[in-house]
Structures are given as C-alpha cells and as structure tokens.
Write a protein that binds this ligand. Structure first.
Ligand code: GDP
Length: 335
C-alpha cells in the first residue's frame, strides 16, 4: 500500500487530498503541530483513517524523525501561513514557515535518505510535492500566466512561496529528488477558511439571508481571480506525482472573475441583490494588491490530462448552500 505524508493536513487542501488518496488506496499520514492543537479532534472526527504524526515545519529534527518513521512514498507539502493579509503582519514567520518550511522538508528527505544505517528509501525514491501559488505572479508580467511567466510577488506570502518554489526546483536539479511544484491558482470549497474572500462572501450571504448579519464589509471589489474548486485541484497534485519525470504545472480554470461577481452570484443564490448589502472599507485593503490572475493550464491539460469539472458559478453556489445549512444548524443549536 503506498504511503503519503501530508503537511498542512488540517487545511482545506489537506482535507480534500486525504479523501482523494484514501480512495486511491493510500495509507495517509498527516503532520500536526503542537500537542494541544485545537484542529486535532476535528481531524480525528472528519478523517478517522488518517494517521496523525507530530512535527513542525520550524523544527528540522522533527521532520527527519517523521520521514524516518513513516517511510513515505510521496510527501505533499501543503503547510503554510496561507492568508496573504496576515503575511504583512507576520512577514518573518511567513518566511520561516511558508518559505524555509519547504526547505526543511526537502532537507529531511535528503538527509534521512543519506543517513548511515537508515532504513529509509533513497532520496530519489521519496517524491515531493510543493504547493506553489499564483500569488508568485503578483503584478503579472503577462496574461494569462503559464509555467514560464516571470514572478513578481506582491506580498511577503508571495515572496516566501517564490523561495519555496525555487528551492524545490533546485533540489530536483541538485540532488535528483523527484520534486514537483504545482502552481495552483485560487481554489475554494465549503472547507475554505472564512478569512478568504469567497468564503467570507458565501457565509455573509447565508447569514444575511437568515437574518443574523446585516451587511458584509469587504475590501477591494475590482481585483480579479481565477477561482476553481479545491476538490478538482487535489487530483492534479496526485497526477503530477505519478509522472515518469518530475515537472512544474500551472493549475487553474483559465477564467477570471471580479470579487463583485462572486458577491453577485452568492447573493443571487439566496434571492438578494448584493449591492444592497455589500460595502467596501479600507480596513480590508492591502498595502499592495494583485489585480488580475488568470491561468493558462494548457500544459496540465496536455501532459496530465487534467481539467476542472466544477464551474465558477457551481462553486460559489455549492459554498452558499453549504453555508446556509451550517448556519441553520448553528441557529437551531442555540435556540
Ligand atoms: P488571495 O488571492 O490568496 O489573497 O485570496 P483572498 O481570498 O484572501 O483575496 C482575494 C482577493 O479578494 C484579493 O484581491 C483581496 O484584496 C480581495 N478582497 C476584497 N475584500 C476582501 C476581504 O474582505 N477579505 C479578503 N480576504 N479578501 C478581500
């Protein structure tokens, strides 16, 4: 039975990737940080088949211990400080976890394999996936963005992800590690954190519909993103790891939409007009903005045979429907 180790197991992508790999017959191990991590009981409840292992992306030795213990065939590095806005408040921590964290996982693979007396597979035998991000394109140099588009990150998060991407490529070239980088454009789902704009909007629309919220305050409404469904994107991660040679891929839908279109679709789903409830406020605006992202996923299409199955409208409606149910349950429980 193949073994996969996932860092960032408690996040949105950790959830969908675990489900996907379990269905494919993998034994799945999830890295958890901290003894009293409040997300641990949630993980134990929602994904009882995932084996939890303790470790921290800030702690090199802990990662080496985990690689030695688990002996994974595939390692998916999904752990990061992933909220762009937070990365300006904690730029150094973002660099440590989102940037250097990837290096530490790669080092754990390389050093564990090289350790004398180790029972580990060779470094070449442990495959590594890095969760790279369209935020690396930032102030885009060309439209749409593909694997050869130069990076111009616009936040400490984007800068840290660019480091992690390049160190992945470098370890592939330096040590012959099977290391892939998936440059994923924004991907959302009912499991998306409520701090991200799509979920903030779908939760807001549901709560306003149910009368527990009066208005929805956002930041900039004009930026454009290429939004896809996380469930579709984790399939691409796994597909990359099955290639004969490691490579980098842009994963996105090839469509772009403004924040306000997202609000429009969400509020329409609950029978309301978004303009009556949404306002824009400087507190949610960023020191530097990424105005336009749109993927050219042609390489993933051709070499992986990957394409997204859920459309933008289906995605937002799925999230609104889920949030209506979540909120209705919360109301019933507190009544
Ligand atoms: P990101 O692309 O990884 O930064 O994903 P987000 O969902 O956090 O933000 C997407 C876009 O929505 C950015 O251009 C934000 O400036 C914009 N945006 C507008 N209002 C909000 C808001 O209230 N919260 C967040 N997170 N983003 C907002």
């Amino acid at each position: 039975m193949p073994r996969a180790l996932i860092t960032g197991i408690t996040g949105q992508d950790g959830h969908y990737l675990s489900e996907h790999l379990l269905k494919q017959g993998y034994e799945v191990y999830g890295l958890i940080r901290g003894q009293a991590n409040p997300k641990r009981p949630i993980l134990e409840r929602t994904l009882p088949d995932v084996h939890i292992v303790d470790g921290d992306l800030l702690d090199q030795a802990s990662l080496m211990n985990v690689i030695q213990k688990v002996q994974p065939d595939e390692v998916y590095n999904l752990a990061a400080i992933s909220f762009v806005m937070l990365s300006w408040n904690q730029p150094e921590l973002t660099g440590e976890i989102t940037g250097l964290g990837a290096l530490r996982v790669l080092e754990a693979i390389r050093l564990t394999a090289g350790a004398s007396g180790s029972r580990s597979k060779s470094a070449a035998g442990i495959k590594f996936y890095q969760a790279s991000s369209s935020e690396m394109f930032g102030k885009v140099r060309e439209t749409p963005q593909n694997e050869n588009t130069p990076f111009h990150p616009r936040s400490p998060y984007g800068v840290a992800k660019a480091y992690a991407h390049y160190i992945t490529v470098n370890y592939r070239e330096s040590y012959n590690i099977f290391a892939c980088s998936g440059i994923l454009f924004n991907h959302e789902s009912p499991h998306r954190g409520p701090e991200f704009v799509t979920r903030k909007i779908t939760l807001g629309a549901a709560r306003i519909k149910l009368g527990v919220q009066k208005e929805l305050v956002l930041g900039a409404l004009e930026p454009r993103r290429d939004w896809g469904y996380a469930g579709d994107y984790v399939r691409a991660m796994h597909m990359m790891m099955q290639l004969p040679e490691p490579d980098d891929f842009v994963i996105g839908t090839g469509e772009t939409h403004q924040i306000k279109e997202c609000a429009q679709v969400a509020f329409e789903r609950v029978g309301l007009n978004w303009e009556d409830y949404v306002r824009s406020d400087a507190q949610f605006m960023r020191p530097a903005e990424v105005d336009l992202l749109i993927a050219d996923p042609a390489k993933a299409n051709a070499k992986l045979g990957w394409k997204p199955e859920v459309s933008f409208k289906q995605l937002i409606e799925m999230m609104v429907d889920s949030d209506l149910a979540v909120e209705a349950r919360a109301q019933a429980a507190s009544a």
